[in-house]
Design a protein around this ligand. Structure first.
Ligand SMILES: Nc1nc2c(ncn2[C@@H]2O[C@H](COP(=O)(O)OP(=O)(O)OP(=O)(O)O)[C@@H](O)[C@H]2O)c(=O)[nH]1
Ligand SMILES: [Mg+2]
Length: 687
């Protein structure tokens, strides 16, 4: 692939609801530009973008792919993203390195929740956009209905730049409202506008021209004065309106039939901004944000937006050059880590193929093999002119599962494989829960974790099972008691003797446990007191109710007796432990459970359903605050009830809600639930 000057590069993210046809569209573009000779299909697992075995298996995109297309002297770097919300981190990363976006909307199902979500991301990032109404060949495809839906749910700034010729099985091509020509078939054969379409064409062109005229006063004056805007004025006006976001042109086509693809690329080249037209946001020395200009002559600054473990070249780091040139012969400074990097082989990537290059120029996207210290989000730059590009922010984990190795051999390899996995996916994290003794894998949803488990097997040969994490229950007592235990055995030679009297009292939640020695007059010799404490601590590790650790209890040893020959440390340990067990049993023991504070943000319409659901989960709703169209619900809820809340909330709100949880405190478990847990623990032990 040749090198392109910054003016001729377009970085473009494909965004949509799951399954609207982003991957199919990127495949059609590669085919139309002759980058590939065979048009692959998602359903056959043969597309350039969805090459990963997991993507082939599930027939969805899972990670972002880079698909450069060369068209009419321009290089269009398409970033195809997954529509499934579990993989939204890939979307965020792709947006950060793009100037433009194509939002794909299905012409049959229209704007869906996922479309509104990606629309809002693109608004936030102030991307210049097109909407591509896809699947016009499908049964039920309805362009005009979809346009209404788009204008109502996304923005009235979205205006058709094209109209379809025919629809469903009769879909043939598009009419361009600026060139006033028709383009039919996969070759976009130019022709006259069908007479039957003329009235719609007139009406929609008028709306478009009016919106373009509003770009500046001069054009507006001319337009209002009844003068026609000429082709150049319309062209230039539309370019400015698209760049500013004032107009989002709606295009139309069918990725599967490869209709509308070439016109889409023409429009991308003509109307979407080049990298040069947008500044890059950096963090200055005082931690504030500033912008830097994009320029070919400036010292290097590149942002790392993805890291993968490639089976052939090892670690592969994807970067976007914001300014300067990335050269394989120059040293590079990692400004985020404050360390130098040795640069390995540079590549231009297309799907899974890598083309070795010596340079990646301003505005372009490339990858480098085998970096040592660099991770996703880091800035690579010139050491003397170091800058830190604002790193990519990834959503916090909201769904966790416990990880169990399938075999002993899997256990040995599990740790290393998990840490490589989390390196590739910044939204995955791993931690050890010391209380439940489980390894916990956290991410954004069930599908993400399932795919991660498959990947562990396929990529690293490690078999794992995922389970709902255990809840770290604890035990405590509710009334003070006294307990006595005498350990006495006479076995042939010298015997065993230890004898203690303890007082046990409940402490307030969060106190932990305490041990107090009040023995006077040498009733238990000093040197045996630590042994008593050891016995107490041992008994506290497994409570008498359900073998959970005991907490919030003070134990005072106040009396006992000893035997000058038969007593030993071990005897006093046994006595201490035995007395605690007796004392706890008599002290009306209870289970206590972790309570979390949960903050749920949902659109107003869902508030009732979400609160109703929380009530079935033993939650205490503590407050509700409206915040720009949403309601923020604050509640406290037992952790055990919200282990799969990501799934529940998604189904209640169709994916429109979000939440965070944080540990708050421990609280007594209601009796009927305690009985269930105790029964479960007993049957566990029996096994
Ligand atoms: N009839 C018809 N089907 C299409 C068209 N484009 C895509 N499809 C089908 O729609 C399904 C989803 O297409 P994809 O290209 O995987 O959609 P996507 O947006 O990449 O999906 P995710 O990456 O999972 O979000 C596949 O079965 C495609 O064959 C089209 O223009 N017409
Ligand atoms: Mg896809």
């Amino acid at each position: 692939m040749q090198q392109y000057g910054v003016k001729n590069i377009r970085n473009l993210v494909f965004l949509s609801h799951a399954g609207a046809g982003k991957t199919s569209l990127s495949e059609a573009m590669l085919f139309a530009t002759k980058a590939i000779t065979r048009l692959g299909k998602v359903d056959d697992g043969t597309t350039t973008s969805d090459y990963d075995p997991a993507e082939v298996k599930h027939q969805i995109s899972i990670s972002l792919s880079l698909l450069p297309c060369e068209w009419q002297g321009k290089k269009i770097n398409v970033l195809d993203t997954p529509g499934y919300t579990d993989f939204v981190a890939e979307v965020g990363a792709a947006i950060r390195v793009s100037e433009g976006a194509v939002i794909v909307v299905c012409g049959a199902s229209g704007v869906e929740v996922g479309t509104e979500q990606v629309w809002s991301y693109s608004e936030e990032a102030e991307l210049s956009r097109f909407i591509f109404v896809n699947k016009m060949d499908r049964e039920n495809a309805d362009f005009y209905g979809t346009v209404e839906d788009i204008q109502k749910k996304l923005s009235p700034r979205c205006l058709p730049l094209q109209l379809p010729i025919g629809a469903q099985q009769d879909f043939q091509g598009v009419v361009d409202l600026l060139t006033m020509k028709s383009y039919t078939g996969s070759d976009a054969d130019e022709g006259e506008i069908p007479a039957a379409l003329q009235p719609q064409v007139e009406a929609f062109r008028e709306k478009l021209v009016e919106a373009v005229a509003e770009v500046d006063d001069e054009l507006l004056e001319k337009y209002l004065g009844g003068e026609e805007l000429n082709a150049e004025e319309l062209d230039d006006g539309l370019r400015r309106a698209v760049a500013s976001g004032g107009i989002v042109p709606i295009l139309v086509g069918s990725a599967l039939q490869n209709i509308g693809t070439k016109n889409l690329m023409d429009n991308i080249g003509n109307y979407l901004p080049s990298p040069e037209e947008r500044d890059a946001a950096i963090v200055n020395d005082s931690g504030e944000q500033e912008t830097i200009e994009i320029s070919e002559d400036a010292p290097l600054a590149a942002l790392v937006f993805k890291t993968t473990a490639d089976p052939y070249v090892g670690r592969l780091t994807y970067f976007r050059v914001f300014r300067g040139v990335f050269d394989s012969n120059s040293p590079v400074w990692n400004a985020s880590k404050g360390e130098a990097e040795r640069i390995g082989q540079l590549f231009i990537i297309r799907g899974k193929t890598q083309e070795a290059v010596s340079q990646v120029t301003t505005g372009d996207i490339g990858a480098v093999a085998k970096l040592n210290v660099t991770g996703t989000g880091d800035t690579l730059c010139h050491r003397d002119k170091a800058v830190t590009i604002v790193p990519i922010s990834f959503p916090a984990a909201r769904f966790s599962k416990a990880v169990y190795p399938k075999t002993k051999a899997d256990l040995d390899k599990m740790g290393a494989a998990l840490s490589r996995l989390t390196e590739e996916e910044p939204t995955l994290s791993i931690r050890r829960d010391t209380e439940t003794n489980e390894t916990i894998l956290s991410g954004l949803g069930e599908t993400q974790l399932d795919v991660a488990a498959e990947k562990m097997q396929r990529k690293f040969g490690v078999g794992i099972d995922l389970a709902i994490p255990r809840v770290a229950y604890r035990e405590t007592m509710t009334v003070p008691t006294k307990a006595e235990y005498k350990h006495k055995k006479q076995t042939g030679g010298h015997g065993q003797y230890g004898h203690v009297l303890l007082e046990l009292e409940p402490l307030p939640r969060g106190s932990g446990h305490q041990f107090v020695d009040k023995v006077v007059g040498g009733r238990i010799p000093r040197n045996y007191i630590p042994a008593v404490e050891k016995g107490v601590n041992e008994a506290f590790q497994e409570g008498v109710l359900a073998r959970y650790p005991v907490t919030d209890v003070r134990v005072t040893v106040y009396d006992g007796s000893y035997h000058p020959v038969d007593s030993s440390e071990i005897c006093f340990k046994i006595a201490g432990s035995g007395a605690v067990k007796k004392g706890l049993s008599a002290g009306q023991p209870v289970l206590i459970e972790p309570i979390v504070s949960i903050t749920v943000r949902v659109p107003e319409d869902y508030t009732g359903d979400v609160i109703g659901d929380l009530n079935t989960k033993r939650a205490q709703v503590q407050g509700m605050n409206p915040e720009d169209g949403s309601n923020v619900i604050e509640a406290q809820v037992p952790q055990a009830e919200v282990l799969s809340y990501a799934i529940d909330l998604k189904s209640i709100t169709q994916g429109r809600g979000s939440f965070t949880v944080q540990f708050s405190h421990h609280q007594e478990v209601p009796l009927h639930i305690t009985q269930k847990i105790v029964a479960e623990r007993q049957s566990e032990k029996a096994q």
